[in-house]
Design a protein around this ligand. Structure first.
Ligand code: MN
Ligand code: MN
Ligand code: ZN
Length: 279
């Protein structure tokens, strides 16, 4: 089993490896820089070296690490200025991952802002194909969405359609978020429901294209389109379904990353421990 959480880079990039090791992670995700800003300093080669060294000294497999895109870029936007800025920012992000030896970059699919799904998907796939022209050895993972207003890619069929338009295919994969899938209408509450949802995922997107699972419970109900993560087992999905999801990931050797809240109820140490206990 490869399982862990999103960890902080606060202090320095290589601190994230310490954070992952402290939490007994065998997989983890980071933001390579402040996710709330357009601006990012280039990765210092010394910092990249330190990160890579620490990671290879740890028991964590490099292939079980990923980075998440910052929040501001919107690859589906109809507005030209923001669109160009988003593409540039993602190219930079892919290059940052390459320098750090991180094999996967998870991205949201953006908002078409009322310009329509067809238009949004065209902008999105054009942007992704532009980013994929970089020489970086990094796979872009499309994350399924919660189905909020003006979003694309919450429906597995539509996610598969977007994925099929991404070229070259070998540069793309998918990241499945259990909270997003659940609030988008895919039941995960029981063993049977989780199996059925993953069968549908396999028949549309293809489980061989799934490279990372975001394991989150949900504050929102089934079909609520509410993107609010909850602690493992304490949300609307619950222990049984999440346990089955972990089992399916283990059978398919897919790394699992938690993006659960850190609050008075529980921290990430406890959520990781809880998820492991469900395996
Ligand atoms: Mn995400
Ligand atoms: Mn996620
Ligand atoms: Zn989310």
């Amino acid at each position: 089993m490869q399982i862990g959480a999103h960890v902080s880079i606060s202090g320095s990039l290589d601190r994230s490896v310490d954070n992952a090791v402290e939490r007994e992670c065998s997989a983890f995700q980071i933001f390579t820089r402040n996710p709330r800003s357009w601006f990012a300093k280039d990765v210092d080669p010394n910092d990249a070296e330190k990160f890579k060294e620490k990671l290879s000294d740890s028991d964590i497999d490099r292939m079980a690490t990923c980075a998440h895109m910052p929040y501001l870029p919107n690859l589906s936007t109809p507005e030209d200025e923001g669109y160009e800025k988003s593409i540039k920012s993602m190219i930079k992000e892919v290059e940052r991952c390459d320098k750090l030896g991180i094999p996967y970059l998870v991205t949201h699919l953006g908002s078409h802002k009322g310009s329509g799904e067809e238009n949004g998907i065209k902008r999105l796939t054009n942007a992704l194909n532009e980013v994929a022209k970089t020489k970086a050895d990094v796979m872009i993972l499309l994350e399924n969405t919660a189905g909020q207003k003006n979003s694309v890619g919450s429906d597995f069929k539509q996610l598969a359609e977007i994925f099929s338009k991404c070229k070259p295919a070998k540069k793309f994969g998918v990241c499945l978020d259990t909270c997003h899938a659940f609030v988008a209408g895919y039941d995960l509450r029981t063993k049977e429901a989780a199996k059925k949802t993953m069968k549908e995922f396999d028949e549309t997107v293809g489980i061989e294209n799934l490279k990372i699972l975001h394991l989150n419970d949900s504050k929102g109900e089934l079909n609520s389109n509410l993107d609010r993560h909850n602690h493992i087992g304490l949300g609307e999905i619950g222990n049984e379904g999440l346990s089955e999801m972990i089992k399916i990931m283990n059978e398919n050797k897919i790394p699992i990353v938690l993006e659960t809240p850190i609050d008075d109820i529980r921290d990430d140490f406890e959520n990781i421990r809880k998820a492991k206990s469900l395996a």
